[in-house]
Ligand binder design. Structure first.
Ligand code: NAD
Length: 357
């Protein structure tokens, strides 16, 4: 029996709707396993800009540092998407949070529930059994380097930078995870052209002998984009830089059928952050149809990684599996054969999961 303090940071759009369901799942786990979870809530993104003018207020950061784990929703608002010149933006809150909390590793498990084989646009015979764990570096690369304009604004630049230390710390996390799985690590770069990629490959090659039980391969990012669709089962653990990881993990989300199914963990030096990979989805906000399973699976990752509660985490994943096996779907993972009465809204499918925990 443990006592833990969890910060709920719903953010914007459907972030609010799905995180509320994720929190109910944590509550249910606490009740069933005899833990005490206490909660606080904080603002981020557009919600925080509207209230304070700052996408990551100091109060939010203080609460984040004081918590044992963070369940995060999503940030974003159409207002900024259509105005690239806006100086204060919701996603600045996300980037600052990653930097301030030292969240250098983003873990994205891509695992297909058998019941959803048909929901993917990839053929079931290619997909069945695919199980990939991505490690995307999160606090370096072109996202955090110097950027600006010159020549009267007609030329733009973004500097990509990596240090040996930054590559090594995420590589070690990926090697260690590979050891607990099928013992295969694929490092993705563009070392034929990009200097940061050459350093990346050099570091992986240097530390690989320390993990003789892990089989290492190097792939270029363009080839990886192709192989993920052609033969997803060939991958076990994949480790890559921030920009390549951002793109490849969205591509890989299609293996799982929907953005609404995928959870992620961002971990590093301090408090871990657990969030769905999807955004604030303005097109469906307020309609009660958002799929909360990614937030629920994020709660499962939180229990496992930040609290070391394996049985509790498994109980959540198994409940999701049972709900899918029973035939319940949200709109995004339903197909033409799904009976109308089995298509559930955000809260209703959440209830089905709660009942099975
Ligand atoms: P999105 O992930 O919000 O939505 C993409 C598509 O997937 C939409 O059609 C949406 O309806 C659908 N979708 C996403 N999550 C779903 C769910 N849980 N259930 C059912 N359908 C779901 O990406 P977008 O439309 O490119 O961006 C919308 C906003 O979100 C933008 O402001 C963007 O900046 C922001 N964003 C935030 C994050 C984040 O907070 N981590 C990530 C990506 C995008």
């Amino acid at each position: 029996m443990a006592t833990k303090h969890i910060l709920i940071v719903p953010g914007d759009g459907i972030g609010q709707e799905v995180t509320a369901v994720g929190k109910k799942v944590l509550d249910k786990i606490a009740a069933r396993f005899g833990h005490t979870f206490t909660y606080d809530e904080a603002l981020v993104g557009h919600a925080a800009i509207a209230a304070t003018g700052n996408p990551l207020p100091d109060e939010t950061l203080t609460k984040m540092r004081a918590s044992d784990a963070i369940l995060f929703g999503a940030v974003g608002h159409p207002k900024y998407d259509n105005d690239p010149s806006a100086k204060v933006r919701p996603e600045q809150g996300l980037l600052k949070m990653r930097k301030e909390l030292g969240l250098y590793a983003n873990l994205r498990p891509i695992k297909l529930f058998d019941e959803l084989l048909d929901a993917s646009s990839i053929k079931p015979e290619i997909l069945k059994g695919a199980d990939i764990l991505f490690f995307r570096e999160l606090t370096g690369d072109i996202y955090f380097g110097d950027k600006g304009r010159k020549n009267n604004g007609d030329t733009a630049f973004d500097i990509a930078e990596y240090s040996r230390f930054e590559v090594e710390r995420i590589a070690r996390k990926a090697f260690e995870a590979a050891r607990t799985r099928r013992k295969k690590l694929c490092s993705v770069d563009k070392a034929n052209v990009i200097e940061t990629s050459r350093l990346w490959r050099e570091v992986i090659q240097k530390i690989a002998p320390e993990y003789p039980d892990v089989e290492v391969e190097h792939q270029f990012v363009d080839a990886t984009a192709m192989l993920l669709i052609k033969d997803p089962r060939r991958f076990d653990v994949v480790v890559t830089a921030n920009l390549f990881g951002d793109i490849l993990t969205d591509e890989a989300s299609q293996i799982a059928g929907s953005m609404g199914m995928l959870a992620s963990a961002s971990v590093g030096d301090g408090t871990g952050v657990y969030e769905p990979i999807h955004g604030s989805a303005h097109d469906i906000t307020g309609k009660g149809v958002a799929n909360p399973l990614a937030s629920i699976l994020s709660a499962a990752l939180l229990l496992d990684i930040s609290f070391g509660m394996k049985a509790e985490s498994e109980a959540v994943i198994s409940a999701v599996d049972q709900v899918l096996k029973a035939g319940f779907r949200t709109r995004d993972i339903a197909n033409a054969q799904t009976p109308a009465d089995m298509i559930k809204g955000t809260d209703a499918i959440g209830e089905e999961v709660l009942q099975r925990i």
